[in-house]
Design a protein around this ligand. Sequence first.
Ligand code: ACO
Ligand code: ZN
Length: 445
Amino acid sequence: MVSIGTPASAENGSATPNPATAECDAERMLQAGDGYHPSANEITPESEFLKKRKSSILPLEVGTRVMCRWRDNKYHPVKVIERRRVHCGGPNDYEYYVHYTEFNRRLDEWVKLDQLDLDSVEAVVDEKVEDKVTSLKMTRHQKRKIDETHVEGHEELDAASLREHEEFTKVKNIATIELGRYEIETWYFSPFPPEYNDSLKLYFCEFCLNFMKRKEQLQRHMRKCDLKHPPGDEIYRSGTLSMFEVDGKKNKVYGQNLCYLAKLFLDHKTLYYDVDLFLFYILCECDDRGCHMVGYFSKEKHSEESYNLACILTLPPYQRKGYGKFLIAFSYELSKKEGKVGTPERPLSDLGLLSYRGYWTRVLLDILKKHKGNISIKELSDMTAIKAEDILNTLQSLELIQYRKGQHVICADPKVLDRHLKAAGRGGLEVDVSKLIWTPYKEQG
Ligand code: ACO
Ligand code: ZN
């Protein structure tokens, strides 16, 4: 088994919570690590004073804002989300679950007291967090309601539901999973059934996606499980890459298992119990041991909003290798076969937005570069199956749209296009459309 996830090796394909956010949020990073931060045990003339101060502020309240030493050995601002007593510790010995305010929630983690710079504790406890913690004791009914609520994103939730969602999902429940050759650190909470509440690690069968609490259970399962690839139809094969289409109605348990698994890496996304309404497209790398899932996307069988993709995931060990762009390109190829334009369901995550922006930019600018004469947004949309709004937004964000003589025109200076194309990164893995054997979904019976 390949075990990945040491922060030091967090490069390509890392299974650690992806410090991508650190990259994505680089511009917002404070230079907090450059300052002087005495260690908690350092003996200084103030140590008596420090002792007193420590006893007056410990244990830290939930909601406290303080600086915390991160894996880069620098200090970053955090907010205390939860605390728990250290096993066999004194009355003030707590560990703290913290949210790095500069980073995405996937980097939230339990930290020890010595990682916190108590000198930086802010006097004012974040009232909102306190309120949440003290006022929300959820019943099972409420919990289930939240699991089933379509938690699409902040803007679609009223304040109370959002508070409930954040309260209930604030601490990651499963820390790692084993899947095929990989041990993978998880990113977010996922509402596994209650019998898994006491498990920090889960063992997944990489083919049927059944999950178990113990390794021996998985080993026993693997001797019996006769799947060597996802269920459903293989609709694409090119070299060692395969795509399987799984109908959630025909393979309900598989669809649900996939949702539990995917939620570990998707934050504000619905956990759809109603998998009947979805098709799942599972991308696999195939070898003589079978077809190993590297990622997937889901798609509603019927979407009134013209969504051509609901959720997309590349499993962390396979990220940054072009699979995300492949999945996105694939979703548009399906839309082209349907004769429709499509758009991904909102909200997009930070990484989702980066991937889509990169894909849209590359596809659109490639066309603009080759095209002679005028071209309209509608024509671009017909050629690519990308929704007109997404085209307009992409071109506007690249400042390629100008308002001239009362109308919007695309201004495609070849030098500017080249510059943007360069910045848009690599093209990703190509979808070879000639290898796609697929007809659009039709309700049977
Ligand atoms: N840091 C910076 N840029 C990144 C990162 C990162 N960690 N990951 C992706 N990107 C950007 C880059 O521009 C990259 O292109 P490049 O490598 O040529 O520079 C581009 O996005 C796509 O890279 P891929 O290798 O094609 O994508 P990947 O296989 O890593 O998958 C995905 C992207 C699916 C978004 C992945 O990050 C993921 O699964 N994230 C967790 C789940 C998630 O957030 N899904 C999207 C939710 S929104 C929705 O479902 C509708
Ligand atoms: Zn199995």
